[in-house]
Design a binder for this molecule. Sequence first.
Ligand code: AMP
Ligand code: MG
Length: 345
Amino acid sequence: MSRNNSHKFIIISLILLVSLTCLYLWHIRKTGVSDDFFAMDTIMSLQAYGKDADKAVSEAREAILGLDAALSVTNKDSSVYRLNSTGSCSLNEDLQYLLERSIQIQEMTGGAFNICIYPIMKEWGFTEKNYKVPEEAVILELCKLVNGSKITIDTTADSVSLSEDAMIDLGGIAKGYASMKARDILKAHGINSALINLGGNVCAVGKKPDGSPFSIAIKDPEPDDTGENTFTGVLKVSDKCVITSGGYERYFEEDGVTYHHIIDPSTGYPAASGLKSVTVVSDDPTLADALSTAVYVMGKDRAVGLWRTMRDRFDLVLLSDTGQLYITEGLKDCFSSKLEYYIIE
Ligand code: AMP
Ligand code: MG
């Protein structure tokens, strides 16, 4: 090849490389990068738009899988397993944050949220899916391991211990925390448009690439037989997390009675507060996850009482057992539903 020709070849190759890179970046900005995987007992999906989306999404996925391994009650290598089986374990940043927030939210919700619920969850068979209705006397005995303050955090020794035979279960808060970690990772990579969906715990990062808000549908707890997806309502949000809890998510039936997985710590039985589904909307997904579980236990009136004391921190969509739908005032401009709904002020 002559010198002239080899110059031409290099220039054409460079132009081709730059064009292909631009095309790839344009494609990622437009269609985004998505990743679906299984963790924390549910299907998770991450969708991000932007230059670094590929790297950001795989880092977020690794972080979530790491949290799943560290926080699982059944993984024999997890910190939580060690804590539950030996009564103590060393603290790390994730565990300390989760324990401190859990205790704070337990106090805030008058005990409706309580991670020491684990012995009762186990007795009902929700952990291993070997469901059974426990003896009433057993439940009463186990309630003693739940109520009161059973967790001692020692930040000087970097350790945590549990009193008596108490055991913890972070299932009501871990997905919210995982979405907060995922959001932090995406943002650190300069992503300002993404949707994090951890089994129905949804966080919108920024707006959609076209500048419009994300639409997040709230699942109907009792969809009709048409097989079509039906929704209780839709929220149009940007930079908000929308987290839903309901007994319909996990339950079993015995002798015609349905028993679900959200337990009222004051009775040891599945919560029966008159709510079918609770959605919490907040900037803070850890708070929203724990509160969605707690509000399902608290019921509408107690939940509204709490909302009135901290209405700048979260909003609620509540669907009652009798089909009545309520939203708190902060959602009135972003919520829509085919059902009639009441606005709580
Ligand atoms: P969620 O789907 O976020 O409402 O969480 C339900 C999970 O939270 C259950 O599977 C348990 O692991 C845990 N849990 C159940 N009842 C409570 C409670 N009262 N307080 C804290 N965690 C709970
Ligand atoms: Mg929750």
